[in-house]
Design a protein around this ligand. Structure first.
Ligand SMILES: [Zn+2]
Length: 56
């Protein structure tokens, strides 16, 4: 499983996006980003998130 932790992004939040693939994780992260007021997830966000995804 792959995981992206909100904490790793630098946000004080316990959310973790899990998935079998990077795309799956990013999809969940995109939805969750709305909770942090990010209405439009740009390519820059995706690029930085991709680097923070870890294997579990
Ligand atoms: Zn969060």
């Amino acid at each position: 499983m792959k995981v992206l932790r909100c904490k790793d992004v630098g946000v004080d939040c316990d959310f973790e996006a899990h998935g079998k693939t990077v795309d799956e994780v990013l999809k969940k992260a995109k939805v969750h980003a709305k909770d942090h007021g990010i209405k439009r997830v740009t390519e820059d966000y995706l690029k930085s998130w991709r680097k923070l995804i870890r294997n579990e």
